[in-house]
Design a protein around this ligand. Structure first.
Ligand SMILES: [Zn+2]
Length: 368
C-alpha cells in the first residue's frame, strides 16, 4: 500500500512524559510508570494554554453488544446496549494568529455501516428493530456548516482509531472507487484536511489479524491521497491545550484527544463507553461496582477487540489520571467517551448513572 506521507517533523511537538511507560513491556510496572508520570504531564499540559473553542455534535445512536461495552461487569439480560456517537470540533490559533480546526471522530456514518461486524448485525436484525436501534443524528458536513465554518476551514481530522472508519469522501482518493466514484478519483469534501493517524494503526491495516478483521474496512485506505494522510508516532501537542496521547490496547495505534478547557483537563476516546467505567465504584449500573470490587479492578474496558487487554487497561488508567473531576458531579471524571452509553428503553439494566453528552468550551469566532 502506498499511503503514508512523511510528516514534516517540526509540525507537532512530541510529548515525552509517558516515554518510559511506553517502553516498559511488563504491564504491572507500566501501570506504575503511568501513574508516576501523570501529574507532571498535567502541570505541563495546563501550561500550554487552551484552545479557543470546543463543541460536540451527535452523529448517530447505535446498538452495541453489552458484553463488549461493559465487558464482564454488567448483569443486564439485554444483549445490546445503546451508544451515542459524537463529533467534536476543536478550534485554536497558531502563534502567528492563523486559526486551526480539528475534527475528532468525523465518522462517515453511512460508510461506517459497511464495517463487516455491523453489516452482519444488520443482516440478522429485522428492519423495524434496526430502525429503532440505529439512528442517524446529523452528518459531518452539515454540523460544520451549521456553526459557520466552511468545509475548507478544516485542517485536521483524526479518530481515536480506525475501527469502522472510511474517510474516502472526506479526504479523497487518487484512483476511481467502484462504490463511490467509478470513473474518476473521489473528490475530497474537506479539501484542506489531513488525516492524523498513528503509524502503528496504518500498519495494522496491511495485515489484519482475525481478531481485528470484523472491525476495519482496509479497502478504504489503499488509494487515499498521500498528501492528505499525516502519520505520527506517539504523543503530540497539536496546539494550545490540544494533544493526542498514544493509548494503545483497544487497537495498536489508538490515541486519545486531550483538551485543556475552562473546566480543566478532559480526555476523549473509545477505551470505555461511560465515564463511570473509569470510577466504577460510583456506578449504579447493576453489576459494575460489584464486579470491579470483586476482581480488584479500577476500570471497565470497552472490550470489542481484546487486542492487548492489559495495555488497554493501562491506557484507561492514563486517561483517568490526567483528567480533572467533573464540576457537575465530582464522583465522575472529565472523560468523554467518543461513543457514550445512552439510556434506552430497549436495554434493561444498562442506563448510565451520569453522562457528559459532550465537551463545550469557549467562544467560536468563525473566519474573520
Ligand atoms: Zn473500536
Amino acid at each position: 500500500m502506498t499511503m503514508v506521507a512523511e510528516p514534516p517533523v517540526s509540525t507537532f511537538r512530541r510529548i515525552d512524559h509517558f516515554d518510559a511507560a511506553d517502553a516498559e513491556t511488563r504491564p504491572g510496572r507500566q501501570l506504575e510508570l503511568i501513574r508516576a508520570a501523570a501529574e507532571g504531564f498535567r502541570t505541563w499540559f495546563a501550561g500550554t494554554g487552551m484552545p479557543d473553542w470546543v463543541g460536540t455534535f451527535d452523529l448517530s445512536t447505535l446498538p452495541y453488544p453489552t458484553r463488549f461495552g461493559l465487558f464482564r461487569a454488567a448483569l443486564s439480560p439485554s444483549p445490546f446496549l445503546t451508544l451515542t456517537h459524537r463529533l467534536m470540533v476543536v478550534r485554536w490559533h497558531e502563534p502567528d494568529g492563523r486559526p486551526r480546526t480539528l475534527l475528532f471522530e468525523p465518522t462517515d456514518v453511512e460508510l461506517a455501516k459497511r464495517t463487516p461486524y455491523f453489516a452482519r448485525l444488520s443482516d440478522r436484525t429485522p428492519d423495524m428493530l434496526e430502525r429503532l436501534l440505529a439512528q442517524p443524528r446529523g452528518d459531518v458536513p452539515s454540523h460544520v456548516r451549521r456553526i459557520g465554518l466552511s468545509l475548507s476551514d478544516i485542517d485536521w481530522i483524526t479518530f481515536d482509531h480506525l475501527h469502522t472508519q472510511d474517510v474516502r469522501r472526506w479526504i479523497g482518493t487518487t484512483e476511481p472507487a467502484a462504490d463511490l466514484s467509478p470513473r474518476a478519483p473521489v473528490e475530497p469534501l474537506l479539501p484542506n484536511a489531513k488525516l492524523i493517524v498513528q503509524r502503528a494503526e496504518l500498519e495494522s491495516l496491511q495485515n489484519l489479524h482475525p481478531l481485528q478483521l470484523p472491525w476495519y474496512q482496509p479497502h478504504a485506505y489503499t488509494d487515499l491521497r498521500p498528501d492528505a494522510v499525516f502519520a505520527i508516532e506517539g504523543s503530540v501537542l497539536l496546539g494550545t491545550g490540544v494533544a493526542l496521547l498514544s493509548t494503545p490496547g483497544h487497537t495498536l495505534g489508538n490515541h486519545t484527544l486531550v483538551l485543556n478547557t475552562e473546566t480543566g483537563i478532559w480526555a476523549s476516546s473509545e477505551n470505555v463507553i461511560a465515564t463511570e467505567c473509569l470510577t466504577p465504584e460510583s456506578s449504579r449500573i447493576p453489576g459494575v461496582a460489584r464486579w470491579t470490587r470483586d476482581w480488584g479492578q479500577e476500570i471497565v474496558l470497552n472490550a470489542n477487540t481484546i487486542e492487548d487487554t492489559a495495555r488497554q487497561y493501562n491506557s484507561c488508567v492514563l486517561e483517568k489520571s490526567i483528567v480533572d473531576r467533573s464540576r457537575v458531579d465530582p464522583r465522575f471524571v472529565q472523560f468523554m467517551p467518543s461513543s457514550e452509553l445512552t439510556r434506552s428503553a430497549l436495554s434493561l439494566g444498562t442506563s448510565p448513572t451520569f453522562t457528559h453528552s459532550g465537551i463545550f468550551h469557549g467562544v467560536l469566532t468563525p473566519r474573520a
